[in-house]
Design a protein around this ligand. Structure first.
Ligand SMILES: [Zn+2]
Length: 130
């Protein structure tokens, strides 16, 4: 799959999230819409910067500009060797975001982490199945 097709899987994930969270508004109140926003931030915005394809010269890799060399060890290991692992890939990518921000006292909501994690899993699933 190319990058644009991966964005489509993220949009599909976003639509599913909208259906899920709007379905919960009646029972749980409008805080669910805030949770939806946090989820969509992870699934649609952060996934533009954190994708398993950081192990290639992809558009997501180029968004890191001079910092793209951070991902060079994964590129050296080979495409789909580490970051496309369904267990370690999301763990590594989220840790690269979460740990430095946590050190500076910035917390990401759990909905954002779940949104990002699901978008990474959707990417890996699409690469292997489609
Ligand atoms: Zn991929």
């Amino acid at each position: 799959m190319n990058g644009n097709e991966h964005y489509k899987s993220n949009y599909f994930l976003g639509v599913l999230a909208i259906i899920y969270f709007f379905g919960r508004v009646n029972d749980h109140g409008y805080d669910e819409l805030i949770s939806l926003g946090k989820f969509l931030f992870g699934a649609l915005i952060l996934s533009l910067f954190l994708s398993p394809d950081l192990d290639t010269d992809s558009s997501v890799s180029n968004r890191w500009m001079i910092f793209k060399y951070i991902w060079h060890p994964f590129k050296s290991a080979g495409h789909r060797e580490i970051l496309h692992n369904p267990v370690w890939g999301p763990f590594i990518l989220i840790a690269f975001l979460w740990v430095p921000l946590k050190i500076y006292g910035i917390d990401f909501p759990i909905e954002t982490i779940i949104g990002l994690g699901l978008s990474i899993e959707a990417h890996i699933f699409c690469d292997y199945v489609l």
